[in-house]
Design a protein around this ligand. Sequence first.
Ligand SMILES: [Zn+2]
Ligand SMILES: [Zn+2]
Length: 192
Amino acid sequence: MSAQPAEDARLKSFVDSVANLRGISYVAASSEGLPYFIAGIEKENADYVSAVANSLYDRMSELTNKLGLGDTDSIKVFLNDTTRLYVFKYKDLVLVIKYDFALDRILEKFTEMLKAAKSVICYNCKTDLTFKIYRCPKCGSFNTYDSERCWSCGADLKLKTCPSCGKLILPDGSKPGFFTVLIYRLKSIFSK
Ligand SMILES: [Zn+2]
Ligand SMILES: [Zn+2]
């Protein structure tokens, strides 16, 4: 286990947030085939899932390398119409998530943020919104707090309300300028 303590906190936050989403069967982060962080799964099954995820990832990397396709970043397995398995590498760990396909997009976004070491912290109340879902007010799609536009309907999401303190925040969690807020308020008045 060579992951740094600060990185562990980040990974733990990812695993905890994802595990709490509706439609997640389990999340397991494993190191060399052994469970490291797990959620939504029994201990004995976690050993099995971790081992399978690791060999799946290793075999896939081996094959894609042999075929000259470069390094494997992630693997998605379509288990049936609605259930998917997402396997990806994060530092020296292999993560596996079994989930409902409706969560496909948000899981990819969360993974991107995890890998890019990106954080969204509310400037006012310091709540960590990195792995929290922001529902588009226009279409209800799941977005991340760092998104500027809704991936589904294209709505402008530059300003969002912090779910903890109610303040308006920018995609990086910082405080918006006076004119940005003013334009936002005017827009919301005239679009009614
Ligand atoms: Zn806040
Ligand atoms: Zn939308």
